[in-house]
Design a protein around this ligand. Structure first.
Ligand code: PGA
Length: 250
């Protein structure tokens, strides 16, 4: 079985100095063979430092957000082309904090996803229901709706990843049970299969929401969980690597 990916979403943590210290330590501790399955997502201002510090390590990095336009009068935004120029391999699209705090809608996210693919940066589309939606039995409708609208402009021949993050599990310490995650991941895979055919098997599906060293290994039982999107526990090298190692016993 392929190792599970570990993607560290630093959110608005680690300026350039801390980011550099993290990468230097990660380079020291990472073992050969682990690096291709590790990804870090620093804040935009720390990206150049991270890009440089990870050279030669095999660990990839990405951004947490981008716009869809290439350049122009879009104050405060980041172009997918700039990310590509800097060496980003990935970019999150529609993290629940972008949806909830910054009001990003599926239609905008679909354009971002398409623009990232166009420059060869792999988008990671984030989907997930709120607690209220789960309690009202709307999980399937919400997740599949976000998926279908977010992938409206996808280029099926270019890579893209999906992260399922139940909003109620993000930063709360309340992790989804293996059964809950498994059910939604299987549903996402089926939906991808309906639109992509057998190609759907190759799309990595990440689980995210309070993933920690002590709960990660349980998810290895889910065939449709291909890795993790880790927030809080990705901020320390030891914990980040522990999650990877405990979920990928050698
Ligand atoms: P968390 O964050 O691991 O701190 O819950 C996950 C995320 O928001 O990507």
């Amino acid at each position: 079985m392929k190792p599970l990916y570990c993607v560290g979403n630093w959110k608005m943590n680690k300026g350039p100095a801390e980011a550099k210290a993290f990468c230097t330590e990660l380079k020291k501790q990472v073992r050969p063979g682990e690096a291709p399955y590790l990804v870090v997502l620093p804040p935009a201002v720390s990206a150049p430092t991270v890009s440089e510090s990870l050279i030669g390590s095999g660990v990839r990095w990405g951004a947490q957000n981008s716009y869809f336009e290439t350049k122009g009068a879009f104050t405060g935004e980041t172009s997918p082309a700039f990310l590509q120029e800097m060496g980003a391999a990935f970019c999150l699209v529609g993290h629940s904090e972008r949806r909830q705090i910054f009001g990003e809608k599926d239609e905008l996210l679909a354009r971002k996803l398409s623009a990232l693919q166009a420059v060869g940066v792999t988008p990671i589309l984030c989907v997930g229901e709120t607690l209220e939606e789960r309690q009202k039995n709307r999980t399937q409708e919400i997740v599949l709706g976000q998926l279908q609208r977010g992938l409206a402009l996808v280029n099926k021949d270019q890579s893209f990843w999906i992260a399922y993050e139940p909003v109620w599990a993000i930063g709360t310490g309340q992790v989804a049970t293996v059964e809950q995650a498994s059910e939604v991941h299987t549903m996402i895979r089926q939906s991808l299969r309906d639109s992509l055919g057998e190609g759907a098997r190759a799309v990595p599906l990440l689980y995210g929401g309070s993933v920690k060293p002590d709960n990660a290994s349980g998810f290895t039982k889910c065939p449709d969980v291909n890795g993790f999107l880790v927030g809080g526990a990705s901020l320390k090298v030891e914990e980040f690597l522990q999650i990877f190692r405990l979920s990928n016993p050698s």
